[in-house]
Write a protein that binds this ligand. Structure first.
Ligand code: HSE
Length: 400
């Protein structure tokens, strides 16, 4: 029997408790062993909940118990999760977490500590909720040189964009609905400004190349400037708008960004709607593989945490290696990235547009007193220079 503790009885922690209880027979069948929750740590009391039998308020009780082999860290936030995690790993207890903030900030250091103490630090639930993506990158795709990762990595923004498109609703009203449904972070700015997706692509890119990507090096644009008019233009092109988190390897250079993209139906990510997430990975040998599922929510995220617990149990007494060094992965300035741009400008003077941008694909019949067009391929730096020359740009969305 493997004894575990859960730190934090919030949405994900209570989900982990539920998955381990409800699926105990399934788990025993697959693992050939049982998993028992010996403790749940939370400052609060839960009178009418079966958790009260194992609830403790003091982390020392868990850290000092040699029977506890695995911790599920579902507290979230940097502190005290960081200190607690370090101490658990130093005492040889493996930690499985959903805490993307901690993973993004301290992943390499915590992995080193786990290695030094012959235990594991696993974080399948930190990116893409219930979607298996960390394990595929670490194992199934370890032989591939990853050429690109493109993800819809934030359920809240994908839900908002989907509702704006399908129901013609305004941004603010859909955001309110997303919050009511519990998809959004406590501070929804992290979702709508793109920072949540940015942390997630930083983690995936670090794992793809084994070096550390600092999320502050990633150009990040959210969805707050997207309007229903943008969707009207997109529809004319047979496209939709998605918030992509992307990293690309071009020769020896690495580019990364989070931004809304105009996406055509040929792209498999076009059909990923609502709170669902998906990640498209392009390897240099096997080509494209895609991972799809619920990117947020109690049981989906909890299921991913439990998948890590099972991995620890299967490799009991061993360190599971995750290659992610402290050494920095240099992200090149986005200026050199080449693509097409969808542009809206407050002019109907196409001669001016073509004088600056050259030949463009014009989109007509959406609005008076403005024009919409798609440029030829150019670098981000060239686009910026031309946009400044025009001086009357209403908005720009990159074209995938
Ligand atoms: N707020 C996040 C999302 C939750 O909407 O995807 C999962 O990280």
């Amino acid at each position: 029997m493997i004894k575990v503790a859960i730190w934090g009885y919030g949405t994900v922690g209570s989900g982990v408790f539920e998955v381990l209880r409800k699926n105990s027979a399934v788990i025993e069948n697959k693992l050939g062993d049982t998993i028992e929750v010996k403790y749940v740590l939370d400052l609060r009391d839960f009178e009418d909940d079966p958790v009260k039998e194992v609830l403790v308020h003091d982390v020392e009780e868990i850290l000092s118990d040699p029977e506890v082999a695995v911790i599920c860290e579902t507290m979230g936030g940097e502190n005290p999760a960081y200190t607690f995690t370090k101490r658990a790993l130093e005492s040889g207890k493996s930690v499985c977490t959903s805490n993307k903030e901690l993973v993004e900030k301290h992943g390499p250091e915590l992995l080193q500590i786990a290695k030094a103490h012959n235990c594991s630090y696993l974080f399948e639930a930190s990116v893409g909720g219930g979607i298996p993506i960390i394990r595929p990158l670490r194992t199934s795709l370890a032989q591939e040189e990853i050429q690109s990762i493109t993800g819809i990595l934030n359920g809240t923004t994908n839900y908002i964009l989907t509702k704006m498109e399908t129901e013609g609703l305004a941004f603010e009203s859909v955001l309110k609905r997303a919050q009511e449904k519990g998809y959004a972070e406590k501070n929804p700015d992290a979702d709508i400004l793109g920072f949540d997706a940015c942390r997630k692509i930083a983690i995936l890119t670090s794992l793809a190349y084994g070096k550390n990507v600092n999320y502050t090096d990633i150009l990040t644009e959210g969805i707050t400037a997207i309007t229903n008019k943008d969707f009207a233009y997109a529809r004319k092109l047979g496209a939709t708008i998605k918030l992509f988190a992307k990293s690309v390897k071009k020769g020896e250079k690495y580019y990364a960004l989070v931004a809304p993209f105009l996406v055509k139906p040929e792209n498999p990510l076009y059909a990923v709607n609502g709170v669902y997430n998906a990640i498209l990975v392009n390897g240099n040998m096997g080509g494209e593989t895609m991972y799809y599922g619920k990117g947020a929510g109690k049981l989906a995220t909890a299921s991913a945490v439990v998948s890590d617990v099972l991995d620890c149990a299967r490799h009991f007494g061993k360190h599971l290696n995750v290659k992610w060094d402290e050494e920095k992965l240099e992200i090149s300035p986005i200026d050199g990235a080449v693509r097409k741009f969808f542009v809206r400008a407050s002019t109907t003077d196409m001669a001016q547009v073509e004088a600056v941008f050259g030949e463009v694909e014009l989109i007509t019949g959406v609005a008076d007193n403005e024009c919409g067009f798609v440029t030829a391929e150019m670098t981000e730096a060239e686009y910026r220079e031309k946009a400044a020359k025009m001086g009357n740009i209403i908005g720009m969305i990159r074209v995938d």
